[in-house]
Design a binder for this molecule. Structure first.
Ligand SMILES: *Cc1c(COP(=O)(O)O)cnc(C)c1O
Length: 474
């Protein structure tokens, strides 16, 4: 493609995206295609001769777009947000254009040094002490895998002979922990049997007493606790594990403490919402995802470590062909994570933080938390509904409960409610299970979500509930 064509299509695509951002609210938020619909529209054989960009773009709009679920839709209340922003998209375009591979300082000094600077900004923004060093990873799952690997090296004194031989190494997390912990344990070779799921308190946060009991029992049996993963903002209900109480236990039992704040970390940028960070200065590693709630398009996860030396001893490599004269003076981020090749992710963070400022991010955080609190008030005020967990940050877990229904039937009623609400195309919510009870999750956090969209969701949720106006006979 010659530069003039690139310019032509580049302008056209940016125009298209600007229109998309402006009118996305009119699209159905959740794609309605059936499995295989899109596949059947795609030719089985690759094209032998090149095709025109016009034809490709027409197919993008006609074939691909109907199969997209619109995460940037203001009616996005499903899972967690993965919000982007125009400055982030523009930076990502520059990153793609530069096409640099940022595995070491020499392969793009600015990418390395910008990464060092923006992770330092983020560290200050969320209030971690200044000896924590940050590195950008693709996802929290990868960062947690790095934490587990570091914990294992730490527990075995970096002695490969000790590894996994007679002592199983155990990892502790609450029963509400994210699935990435179990996956990381499988990948790292701990074995899923060595994951101890610790009981939770009424608010679904980890019970420190139960944690200590589990660790002490293992030690009695000659098993070595190697890592505790505390979650700040669990996926099902945004529960906050008490890191300030877990930290001293990790110290007592010489156990690595990893904090998974993948979603909630962004809230810590506002001192008014930072209370859950209490005790995090004691952790060995900490992860949060700007790609969830911080206006930075996927993927971008930030991993902080207290002692970078341990991470480097765990993951560092020095093949001859990668050695450079600058190695003693710089960070080579390939040694701070799993992969060798690295995207230039720091650029979009730099654009986002500079464009919005810390204040802009705080404003958004507060807007979303206020909207979730408002929604929780509506739930509490309507006797047909019940809150299923304390409203925390941007998440409200609730269900329709017209009274006198067995648990199974309640689940069926709420599944039907969810289907009906989502089929409107105007909003998208998802569900979870809390202590065996089926709940709906209202998760606020898309950049452009405002009160009207939350009100719309509430109207849609209340409408099918009208059917249950008269309580069921017992
Ligand atoms: C989203 C989330 C994850 C997984 O994040 P990825 O970046 O998709 O790997 C892990 N833990 C928590 C608490 C999360 O909210």
């Amino acid at each position: 493609m010659d530069p003039d064509s690139f310019r032509h299509y580049g302008h056209q695509f940016v125009d298209w995206l600007a229109d998309y951002f402006e009118h996305i609210g009119q699209l159905p938020v959740k794609s309605a295609v059936k499995p295989g619909d899109i596949l059947s529209k795609l030719p089985v054989e690759p094209p032998v001769s090149g095709e025109s960009m016009d034809d490709i773009f027409v197919d993008f709009q006609q074939v691909i777009l109907p199969g997209m679920t619109h995460w940037q839709h203001p009616g996005w209340f499903a899972y967690f947000p993965a919000n982007n922003s125009p400055p982030s998209v523009l930076a990502e375009m520059l990153t793609a254009g530069l096409g640099s591979q940022c595995m070491s300082w020499q392969t793009s000094p600015a990418a390395t040094e910008l990464e060092e600077r923006v992770t330092g900004w983020l560290r200050q923004m969320i209030g971690l002490p200044d000896h924590f060093k940050g590195v950008i990873q693709d996802t929290a799952s990868t960062a947690t895998l790095c934490a587990l690997l570091s914990a294992r090296e730490h527990a075995t004194g970096f002695d490969a002979n000790m590894r996994g031989i007679k002592d199983p190494l155990t990892v502790y997390a609450s029963s509400e922990t994210h699935s990435s912990i179990e996956k990381g344990m499988k990948i790292a070779g701990f074995g899923r049997d060595n994951l101890r799921l610790v009981d939770t308190r009424d608010d679904f946060s980890m019970c420190p007493k139960a944690l200590e009991k589990a660790m002490a029992r293992d030690i009695e049996n000659g098993i070595k606790p190697s890592c505790v993963v505390a979650t700040l903002g669990t996926t099902s209900s945004m529960a906050m594990d008490p890191v300030d109480e877990i930290g001293p236990l990790c110290k007592k039992y010489k156990t690595w403490l990893h904090v998974d704040a993948a979603f909630a970390g962004t809230a810590a940028s506002d001192p008014d919402h930072r209370w859950f960070m209490s005790g995090t200065e004691q952790c060995d590693s900490f992860v949060f995802n700007p790609h969830k709630w911080m206006l930075t398009n996927f993927d971008c996860s930030v991993y902080f470590v207290k002692n970078a030396g341990i991470l480097l001893r765990t993951l560092g490599i020095q093949p001859e062909y990668l050695k450079t004269g600058a190695d003693q003076q710089v960070n080579n981020y390939r040694d701070w994570g799993i992969q060798l090749g690295r995207r230039f992710r720091a650029l979009k963070l730099w654009f986002v933080i500079r464009y919005y400022g810390v204040d802009g991010i705080r404003k958004m955080v507060n807007k979303h938390i206020d909207l979730a609190a408002l929604f929780a008030e509506w739930i509490k005020a309507d006797p047909r509904f019940e809150l299923m967990a304390p409203q925390q940050l941007t998440l409200v877990c609730f269900r329709l409960n017209p009274g006198n229904l067995p648990e199974k039937e309640l689940q069926r009623v709420n599944e039907a409610l969810l289907d009906e609400v989502n089929s409107s195309g105007e909003v998208f919510l998802t569900h979870t299970m809390l202590r065996g009870k089926y709940c709906l999750r209202m998760s606020v956090g898309q950049r452009t979500t405002d009160r009207v969209h939350v009100q719309k969701a509430w109207d849609l949720i209340r409408k099918p509930a009208e059917k249950h106006r008269t309580p069921y006979p017992g």
